[in-house]
Ligand binder design. Structure first.
Ligand code: SAH
Ligand code: SF4
Length: 395
């Protein structure tokens, strides 16, 4: 923050200041960070807030990547911006489109790492499933991402950049001056942090990115259209309510500590009772209506009638929706998907107890785009690329 530094005056343009070397990527900078940087580069303090608004609109509402197009700024100012900043988002490496319209993108981020992003079109909405980490430190038994080590956290720019990349691909940027959705429902109307990684182990970057997603001059999505899914990083749950305020989903998956310890090992650190205490507080602080309990249906592991009844007992008093996810198998997975009639019976018990209990229809299965399968396909693709190269004698 520069507020505590020397007073900044109108003639600051002429005062050289120490700035980071090389251009700064605007994508992912918080409002405060951009404002401070503009001021440090000579924008009069009084104008800085307005300049942030103008730049954000060009970047996040109209998808402009070239400062020269920002026509409500003076030519000199645009030139100055172009000297100090870049507007960069992750690069799309490949795109697969499922028979059901689901799109899976492989996206390259700095350091030659890759993450996956999935777009799921539905009749009344379009949901983008984004990643927060390359790999994951946790090792949930049913999750393919969990078999891969954490490579690194994504930056805020790389997180919100996934949304911008999808909008590029969907051709959804409106003409400057217009709002997205002015001419019909938004194609990309919802964001879920359910891709690769544990978002609450990358809290600051996820928060900064989601603040851009929710900002009226940013991507401009209501906080009710953004869902963060966590495996249960208890100390960060209260912070999520206070500092982000989006909808929360929790990977619950079991009704006893004994089973949850095995499926979601973070349970050994924060058990079911501790997790439920944190969840009970969430709606009050964030003023969001319901928490989504995600529950992956694993044959003979967590899918009995008794489990269903215990689940209902456990979450009593918490405004909740239970999302039943038929297990998405991956090669070598140690589990099987519960039989369909078992899933329906389980759903019925929950429904009769008064909870919404949708069974999540697996989407994009033909392109391995379903929940928990991410990265597996890219790993395989990478392997087969390597194979191809070695077969061709260039590996
Ligand atoms: N790390 C976060 C978010 C990413 S996982 C979390 O664990 O919540 C997104 C969701 O997919 C979680 O509910 C996770 O439990 C679920 N999931 C993971 N692997 C799955 C699989 N193979 N089949 C079905 N759901 C899976
Ligand atoms: Fe990580 Fe979530 Fe997969 Fe668990 S389910 S290994 S927390 S990505």
């Amino acid at each position: 923050m520069t507020d505590s530094t020397a007073p900044i005056t109108q003639d600051v343009m002429t005062i050289p200041r120490k700035l980071p070397e090389g251009p700064i990527n605007i994508v992912g900078l918080t409002r405060e960070a951009l404002r401070d940087t503009l001021i440090a580069q000579g924008t009069p303090e009084k104008q800085a807030k307005m300049r942030v608004n103008q730049i954000w609109q060009w970047v996040y509402q109209w998808g402009v990547r070239d400062f020269a197009e920002m026509t409500n700024l003076s030519k000199a100012y645009r030139t100055e911006l172009a000297r100090n900043f870049v507007i960069e988002i992750p690069e799309m490496v490949s795109r697969q489109v499922s028979a059901d319209g689901t799109r899976k993108y492989l996206v390259r981020i700095a350091g030659d790492h890759e993450v996956e992003v999935v777009y799921i079109p539905e009749t009344d909405r379009g949901t983008l499933c984004i990643s927060s980490q390359v790999g994951c430190t946790l090792t949930c038994s049913f999750c393919h991402t969990g078999t891969q080590k954490l490579v690194r956290n994504l930056t805020a720019g790389e997180i919100i950049g996934q949304v911008m990349m999808a909008r590029d691909d969907l051709g959804e940027w409106p003409e400057p001056g217009q709002g997205t959705g002015d001419n019909g429902p938004r194609l990309l109307s919802n964001i879920v942090l359910m891709g690769m990684g544990e978002p609450l182990y990358n809290f600051d970057n996820v928060r900064d990115a989601m603040k851009i997603a929710m900002d009226g001059e940013g991507i401009s999505l209501s906080r009710r259209r953004i869902t963060l899914s966590t495996s249960g990083v208890v100390p960060e749950i209260a912070k999520t309510a206070e500092e982000i305020g989006c909808m929360l989903a929790v990977s619950f998956h079991a009704t006893t500590d004994e089973v949850r310890d095995k499926l979601v090992p973070i349970n050994k650190k924060w058990n079911i009772a501790t997790l439920l205490d944190a969840l009970r507080e969430y709606p009050k602080v964030s003023n969001s209506e319901r928490i989504t309990f995600e529950y992956v249906m694993l044959k003979d592991v967590n899918d009995s009638d008794e489990d269903a009844r215990r689940l209902v007992q456990l979450i009593k008093g918490i405004p909740a929706k239970i999302n039943l996810i038929p297990f998405n198998e991956w090669p070598g997975a140690p589990h099987q998907r519960s039989d369909w009639d078992r899933i329906e019976k389980f759903a019925d018990i929950i429904y009769k107890a008064g909870y919404a209990s949708p069974i999540r229809t697996p989407r994009g299965e033909d392109i391995m785009a379903a929940c928990g399968q991410l990265k597996s396909a890219s790993e395989r693709a990478r392997k087969s690329r390597r194979q191809i190269e070695s077969e061709a004698g260039i590996g």
